[in-house]
Design a protein around this ligand. Structure first.
Ligand SMILES: [Zn+2]
Length: 259
């Protein structure tokens, strides 16, 4: 009975402390179609999770060579893809990723690619990393780019296949934005998830926002698009996620809550 009335004294950095104690060295694998998807609004979470001791991995399905920006530099799709890959190697360091794999499926062409091949590549990476949680885009893909929608569907398929075998990650989470963030986007219309659909909100610190801005700066060839989007000024401190097939009465504050 005594414990019931005792006062809990928390150290000043209790948020980090409690996260580390609760979720010792969890592994999370983010799967996105393009270079920069990981930095466009969610990089602050990748940095935060790495900083508090989790192992953060990134799988990118394409090298992003099809961007219109390539014409400005006179690059072919292949050359642009190589440049963006080199930029990603810098991002990997800035966000303190534990590992990164960049595949070479057709940028802006995932809908025309054989889904079985993409699924096999996703499965191989999940089996290699063995993460507790896998993250990809929410069903609306935020920007609505078709590659984002295809990624959502294929990652979900692989996750369900593993679940059916009693294997694989314990949770599938979807990166999303809320209505407030969507309204702030002046040049690109963004789809959002409703408050009811959002299962988790991760609060990061200003230093994580700074790191995400530095990660965006690594994409030198993409600078114009990044500037126009205004993303560097609108990175949220509170980042929402949906959890697939979960109904949680209370919103989680970590991707690893209740695992
Ligand atoms: Zn993208």
């Amino acid at each position: 009975m005594k414990e019931l009335f005792s006062v809990e004294i928390r150290p000043l950095n209790y948020r980090y402390q409690s996260q580390i104690e609760k979720d010792p060295f969890m592994k999370v694998l983010y799967i996105f179609p393009h270079p920069d998807d990981e930095s466009f609004g969610v990089g602050q979470v990748l940095h935060y999770q790495s900083r508090i001791g989790h192992e953060v991995y990134l799988l990118t399905l394409t090298k992003g060579g099809a961007t219109k920006q390539r014409h400005k530099f006179g690059f072919s799709i292949e050359e642009m893809g190589e440049v963006r890959y080199r930029e990603m190697l810098e991002v990997e360091k800035v966000l303190k990723l534990r590992g990164m794999t960049v595949l070479d499926f057709v940028d802006s062409g995932l809908k025309e690619s054989n889904p079985i091949e993409i699924e096999q590549a996703i499965l191989k990476e999940i089996q290699k990393i063995e993460p507790e949680v896998v993250v990809t885009y929410a069903v609306h893909g935020i920007s609505g780019f078709h590659d984002h929608l295809v990624s959502h569907a294929l990652v979900k398929r692989v996750y369900c296949q593993l679940q059916a075998q009693g294997e694989g990650p314990k949770r599938l989470a979807f990166y999303t934005v809320n209505e407030e963030t969507s309204k702030k986007s002046k040049h690109f219309p963004l789809s959002y998830s409703t408050d009811q659909e959002i299962d988790c909100v991760i609060q990061v610190d200003p230093e994580d926002i700074e790191a995400c801005r530095r990660a965006l700066d690594c994409y030198e060839t993409f600078k114009a698009t990044i500037e126009v989007s205004g993303i560097k000024e609108s990175l949220p401190l509170n980042v929402p996620f949906e959890f697939f097939q979960e109904e949680n009465p209370v919103k989680a504050t970590s991707l690893f809550d209740n695992l």
